[in-house]
Design a protein. Structure first.
Length: 217
């Protein structure tokens, strides 16, 4: 296993997060050499400035947290974020389309965001909100994410009825294509849980508890 810090997207997605909290997060990410900072879109430009020269990429969210905005809106969010310098986009699928069995629309939504991000060499993590899905729906999303060309499939927003589970990480790892990575997010607050997620197949860990995880003995 790689050093634990290299798996962690150091995350601040609270709706009341302040500039001061964002700047502190950036300093922590540089100190502990986390994989990225994951922030609300409003913070992106300032975070890019704060992290200049550190090599820490800025990740932001699109269609967050419900996934219910239109594809055109998600594309506009993505385009603005990558224009400002975000290098990673965590988008939420259209859960309403999925639950309505409009599978083509779910795929089109993902693919449009992937194209907008890739146009500026940014990668995409697709949040499928596993706590709201059946196993069949999770497998469908594994196929859709693979076919859409996204780099990651991600378990959760952390804002719904549940977060990442070992079983879901293992299911996603077993059903995505070989070039798709898995991000576990939601409820990962200690080293033991983080390591278990990685052992189950997670390549990234989204958490606001990164420091506690990497400094635990």
């Amino acid at each position: 296993m790689k050093p634990l810090n290299t798996y962690i997207d150091h995350t601040l997605l609270k709706p009341d997060s302040t500039v001061e909290q964002m700047l502190a997060l950036c300093q922590e990410a540089d100190r502990y050499r986390f994989a990225s900072v994951c922030l609300l879109p409003w913070h992106v430009a300032r975070a890019i400035e704060a992290l200049q020269g550190t090599g820490i990429p800025v990740c932001t969210v699109v269609g967050f947290p419900l996934g219910a905005s239109t594809t055109a809106t998600k594309v506009a969010e993505t385009t603005e974020a990558v224009r400002q310098g975000a290098r990673e986009i965590d988008m939420v699928i259209s859960l309403t389309a999925l639950k309505s069995r409009h599978y083509d629309e779910v795929f089109t939504d993902i693919r449009a965001v992937v194209e907008a991000a890739h146009a500026e060499a940014a990668l995409v993590k697709v949040i499928i909100e596993t706590c709201l899905l059946t196993d069949d729906e999770k497998k469908r999303m594994c196929a859709a994410v693979t076919q859409a060309g996204a780099e990651y499939i991600k378990t959760s927003t952390g804002f719904s009825t549940g977060g990442a589970t070992i079983a879901d990480v293992a299911l996603l790892r077993a059903n995505v294509g070989p070039h798709v990575l898995v991000k576990a997010s939601g409820g990962i607050r200690d080293r033991e849980t983080a390591v278990a997620m990685i052992e189950a197949g997670a390549d990234r860990i989204g958490t606001s508890s990164g420091i506690a995880i990497v400094t635990a003995s």
